[in-house]
Design a protein around this ligand. Structure first.
Ligand SMILES: CC(C)(COP(=O)(O)OP(=O)(O)OC[C@H]1O[C@@H](n2cnc3c(N)ncnc32)[C@H](O)[C@@H]1OP(=O)(O)O)[C@@H](O)C(=O)NCCC(=O)NCCS
Length: 202
């Protein structure tokens, strides 16, 4: 049982995790994961590509404790042979300020692979698993993902997952240490998922 879930979980909560993708286990984080995750989450090779560059143990603990009670945060960790090798992010988001906008239909995904585990297909497997969770478990309509425009690895991961590049935005993203950056955005609709999931190994 998730150590953070001891005060009760949200009722009728769908359960995308745990799930296996090959030898990767995607599961909810627990308190025991804080130390190994922080060891790579704040690595300069990682946070160069993250909007939030540094994350503290307290912030992670607070965020993870809220996950079992949340209808919008479906973050997970990716484990291989007992070691955490990646983080996955899946948030349900709603457009702001549009009258009558349906609620809870759209999602945003993201991921961080432990640098010494990069280049082994973990990012691609994680992105596909997040899309599968979004469309097949949560029933979302549209999922997007954003990356720094110079993050060629992340762009390739999203393309391999079958997502469509929809936007190149010039100096659109503020990053605390690097300033204004160009950003790319990818998207996929629910009716496109069956074909994308079949094509993800290409
Ligand atoms: C970018 C990142 C997610 C890639 O994960 P990964 O597990 O190494 O990716 P995969 O092994 O699944 O590789 C997927 C593809 O991307 C390519 N790729 C990976 N890193 C790359 C890089 N730095 N430059 C160019 N291509 C790269 C691989 O060659 C592969 O393509 P191919 O199958 O056509 O050869 C990972 O390096 C990472 O987490 N980086 C730091 C944090 C980050 O950028 N997060 C995403 C924020 S949007």
């Amino acid at each position: 049982m998730n150590a953070f879930a001891s005060t009760g979980t949200a009722t009728d909560r769908p359960a995308p995790w745990p799930t296996y993708v090959g030898d990767l286990l995607l599961r909810e984080p627990t308190a025991a994961d804080l130390e190994p995750v922080l060891a790579f989450r704040n690595d300069p090779a990682v946070n160069r590509f993250m909007v939030r560059t540094q994350v503290t143990a307290d912030e992670l603990r607070r965020e993870w404790a809220a996950i079992p009670h949340s209808d919008t945060d479906w973050s997970c960790l990716v484990e291989r042979e007992g070691d955490v090798v990646a983080m996955g992010f899946l948030d349900v988001v709603d457009a702001a300020g549009q009258p009558g906008h349906p609620a809870g239909t759209d999602g945003v995904i993201g991921y961080v692979v432990r640098p010494d585990a990069a280049g082994q297909g973990i990012g691609s497997a994680t992105a596909s698993a997040l899309l599968r969770a979004a469309f097949e478990v949560l029933g979302l309509r549209r999922v997007t993902a954003r990356a720094n425009a110079d993050n060629l690895g992340s762009a390739r991961v999203l393309e391999k997952a079958g997502m469509r590049r929809e936007r190149y935005a010039v100096q659109a993203l503020w990053q605390h240490e690097l300033g204004w950056l160009d950003e790319v955005e990818y998207a996929l609709l629910d009716h496109e998922w069956p074909q994308a999931s079949g094509a993800r190994a290409l």
